[in-house]
Design a binder for this molecule. Sequence first.
Ligand SMILES: [Zn+2]
Length: 266
Amino acid sequence: MLDEFQIREDIVECGRRLYQKGFVAANDGNISVKIGNDEILATPTGRSKGFLYSDELVKLNHKGDVLEGNSKPSTEILMHLAIYEERPDVRSVVHAHPIYATGFATANIPLADCVLAEIVTTLGSIPIAPYATPSTPELADSIRKIIRHADACLLANHGAVTCGRNVFDAYYKMERVEHFAHIIYVAKMLGGERILSPEEVQKLYQIRETYGTQSHANPGCLACTEDCVGGDCVLYEKKIKTHDSGNTADETRISALIKDIIRTLN
Ligand SMILES: [Zn+2]
């Protein structure tokens, strides 16, 4: 049986960490935890996540109706509800605007290349959802397809969202996303990251299987071939198109590199 008191304390603690680490500014960001079949605890709207009290949290059902609490839930609650609908295995969702991850999201550069072993073995890769106006049903819909295969996702021109089996799991994924984005930023400053080969990625996927603690979600990456995660890959259609047009994975990478150079020159 879930300990609601402890879960409330954990949400407050993760909110404090989000704020202290600079992953959110002012009243931004939101956290929710599914505590029953049709009961979700969510952070209230208009409050800094750094200074929350556990009795301020709002309890609601899967339709967003408030069951308990004096505040309104976060305006991004529709995105949280969409994730719970798409992913019955998910018990918590965290949304924030960490500087580096949001920088990549704003530049419309997904963190979808396999370059760091820890990311390949945990998140797989980090795709980017198309831009949609925050707090609208369009934003919720924009992530539905991607979140089926990913535990972390960038939101174009907005921020990032992560999900997990409890609030700390979802929060740590947000830390991981931001750490990864920061590393890739530094690597780009140093001349560019080396992308792992499909063979190297396959070996990491095998290690990932033995960890056993990861969710099944894996969005695939630009480096892997059609036999990595196949149709589960969020980039699968793009890869198939590239494949059909006769481009090799190397050609795809070269064209991405050229685009990066042009972007840098501009
Ligand atoms: Zn936001």
